[in-house]
Design a protein around this ligand. Sequence first.
Ligand code: HEC
Length: 125
Amino acid sequence: MRLLPYAAVVVLLCASATIAQTPDLAQRQAEAAAALAERQEEETVLAEGEGRSEVFGYCTACHNTALIRRSAFTRERWDELMDWMAEKHGMNPLEGEFRDTIVDYLARHYGPLTRGPRGGNPFLN
Ligand code: HEC
């Protein structure tokens, strides 16, 4: 029975490894909160310009700015999108000058791409 002490050591090692892999709830919650805080966006993720604060304030109630930043629409299309968001997704309808400020900003900074994805090189596009 010379193996018994070794077996005991192996069992102990396994047990401590299992305990080490189970962080307590408080720690996991703290990590989740930190991850969430990291994902919060600052207004500066949007292109600088007149109307940025309005867009950031108004448009991030339901989703972050990724949807905006990956878009490249004409002014007309952005304008339609405002109605779509209001009709389909319950956004407070945008009207008047405030609407112009927002749509102008979007069209100016997130308008159709004027150059192709590879910098406009005709041989690569
Ligand atoms: C009331 C909630 C709400 C508000 C406020 C809101 N949106 Fe949206 N938006 C949505 C929902 C819901 C979708 C659909 C998301 C999806 O398809 O995953 C969406 C989708 C989008 C899309 C993607 C459309 C597409 O077809 O690719 C863009 C761009 C967008 N929103 C821009 C904006 C802008 C700009 C504003 C501010 C003027 C805004 N959103 C405000 C709810 C909202």
